[in-house]
Structures are given as C-alpha cells and as structure tokens.
Design a protein around this ligand. Structure first.
Ligand code: SF4
Length: 357
C-alpha cells in the first residue's frame, strides 16, 4: 500500500493491494479507530464541503478509510448521500490529479508511484478513445457522450462542440473533467454494497452520526419534497394523464408510481392522487404501490431510466435539461438543487397545509 494507492484509492491497483494484504474489513472496523474516523470524515466532508478532506498521514489508514467510507454510505443508504459522496471523491481526485500532473519537481518525476494521464486513461479503458494532438486532445464521440452527459453547462452539449469525424476536440483541462466523471462513476459503482451484519453492527454509532449530519443539513428533505412544478416532463405528462382520467399502460403506471415513491410520497397520498382516475381501483393501486415500495415484496423498485422510458414511448416533451441527464430522478434532483431555497420553503409550506387540511 503506497502513496499512490492512498491518494487514489479507487484505482484497481489500490484494490489489489488491499486484497493482496488480505485485509479483513470486519477487523479494520473493530480495531482500526483511525481508519474508521477518517472514513467518517470522508463522508461528512462530502456532505458539508463537497470534497473528502486532507489525506491521513499514514498511507494504510488513508487507503483503508475508503472501503470503510463506502460501507458507511451503503449502510446509511440514502440516494442523496451516495450521490454527494461519489461526487466528492471525484472532486478530490480531480484536485489531486491536477496538482500531481503540474508537479514537475525532480522528486515527482523519479517517483515510480506517481499518476500520469496515460495511466488514468488506461485505468478507465479510454486509451483507444483519446489521442493527443498539437492543440490538445481528441476524444471519440461515444466515450465523450458517456462521460459528458452528467456535466452541467451548455459548453458540454455536443451541438456546441466542434465534432469532426466522430471525434470531439478537448483541452487537457476538459479531458480531466471527463476523467473526474469516470472517477465518480467508479466510486458510485456497486453502491449500496451489501454489508455483512458483523460489520454493520459494529458501525451502528457511526451510521447514526452520519444520519444526524444528513438530517441537520436537511438534504434528505430536499429530494423528499414533492414539487410537481419541478418534475421531469415525462412524469408531469403521466401525472396529468392520471388526473384527466386517461387509461395508462402498465409500464406508464409503473413509471409514475415508482417515481412518486422514490421522491418520498406515501402510499396513501399516491392512492389519493390516483383515485380521481376511474381506471385505478383503490385496492389494486395500494397493492401495486406497496409492492413497488418493497413492503409486500423483496425488491424496492426504482423508476426506469430515460433510455427505458424512451423505448416504451413514455419519454415526452423533452427539454434542455433532459439532454444532460440519463434518469428522471437526476432531472428532479437537479431541479431541486437549483431551486431557490425560499421557493422550496414555500412549496413545503403549501405541502404541509394541504396535508393537514
Ligand atoms: S429525457 Fe428522461 S427525464 Fe426527460 S422526459 Fe425523457 S425520460 Fe423524462
């Protein structure tokens, strides 16, 4: 476990180093207080600052705090935390990569364990998709779209890029932004993990602490706020159809019901919303929503991705934001993130009033 692994714990070689050392994660959470403490710091910093903080001085502690942090995030299992944590790991990695690439000191160039752009591209299977030109870099459009889709800002839209022969020209700084997206995806991959009880029980106090921080920051309430004005166009359309009493195909009912449960609506509220439609029997709707929620089944269902929505013809009235996301939940989260705090308070107030009236 060297400095490179400690600075970039998402690298395949870092994982291999942990495996080679035959680290028992249950023993780490039981005995390695420093690693657990640094793991909490990673997660809380992610929520509060949007990065994961300064590295611990001992490489082993810093590296092991990464898998422990992923376990913590999995145990808390809140979408907003997972999203913010993965983004924060990527932001910190990006800062470190920029600093390391700019570091041309002799020590850096002679250190075997330094990061290079070539290694990073290989790490994320991008070697064949990127090549250097006198002006900067060129990236295959498929790879570009896969990574730029989650970047905000018009400059990342393909229509604003000088696409030539299936390749997008980029500066080194822009290429590093795409690498940051690749890191984010790598960190988020597999989350939430299924955590053995032996580890989960041990980390109960830490999980409670992170939950408290989350509650203090009121981030969970954000996504749990039901603001139909901010719904993605597809869900606004489906809700409109429900309220107009129109017949909905099974896949469309599933899409709107999973979306409403995912943003925190109760079964009662959804049943009430659907009741205006003669095609929805109360019992059947209640059963279906409880099933989706995982109350009467082993699975908790998520809303379909934009790709699936498109294949069923449920993707309608796309707008500019739609071109930058790949999931209706991402659309809604972005809208909530961008909304004015005063407006959100008004919406919450109205919501409370309507639920008590
Ligand atoms: S692109 Fe996605 S979010 Fe937008 S309307 Fe289509 S399915 Fe909905």
């Amino acid at each position: 476990m060297n400095q490179l692994h400690a600075r970039y714990p998402f690298l395949a070689s870092a994982r291999e180093a942990v495996e080679a050392a035959e680290v028992d994660l249950a023993a780490v959470v039981r005995r390695d207080g420093a690693a657990v403490e640094r793991a909490i710091e990673r997660v809380e910093h992610a929520l509060e600052v949007g990065a994961v903080g300064e590295p611990y001085r001992r490489h082993r502690v810093e590296l092991l705090s990464y898998p422990v942090a992923r376990v913590l995030v999995s145990l808390v299992d809140e979408h907003v935390l997972t999203r913010k944590y993965a983004r924060a790991e990527a932001v910190t990695a990006h800062e470190r990569i920029e600093a390391d690439l700019a570091d041309t000191t002799e020590l850096q160039s002679t250190r075997a364990e330094s990061i290079t752009l070539t290694n990073l591209l290989a790490e994320f299977d991008l070697t064949a998709d990127v090549y250097e030109t006198p002006e900067g870099y060129r990236v295959d459009v498929g790879a570009y779209l896969g990574l730029a889709a989650d970047e905000w800002g018009d400059e990342w839209r393909l229509v604003n890029r000088d696409l030539q022969a299936g390749e997008v020209p980029l500066s080194e700084a822009e290429l590093l932004v795409l690498v940051r997206q690749a890191v984010r995806k790598r960190v988020a991959d597999g989350l939430p993990l299924s955590v053995p009880d032996a580890i989960g029980d041990q980390l109960e106090p830490e999980v409670a602490q992170v939950r408290e921080t989350l509650a203090d920051l009121e981030l969970m309430r954000d996504i749990d706020t039901v603001v139909p004005d901010l719904f993605p166009p597809c869900m606004r359309y489906l809700l409109d159809q429900v309220q107009k009493g129109e017949h909905l195909e099974h896949h469309s009912r599933f899409a709107i019901a999973t979306f409403l449960t995912s943003i925190g609506m109760s079964t009662d509220d959804i049943v009430e919303l659907f009741q205006v439609n003669p095609g929805f029997g109360e019992e059947a709707t209640r059963y279906q929503v409880d099933h989706i929620r995982g109350k009467t089944s082993a699975t908790q269902y998520s809303p379909p991705s934009c790709k699936t929505m498109q294949s069923y013809g449920d993707c309608v009235n796309m707008d500019d934001l739609c071109e930058q996301i790949s999931h209706p939940m991402a659309y809604y989260e972005q809208q909530i993130d961008d909304a004015d705090e005063d407006d959100l308070l008004d919406w919450r107030e109205r919501e409370r009033e309507s639920s008590t009236s």
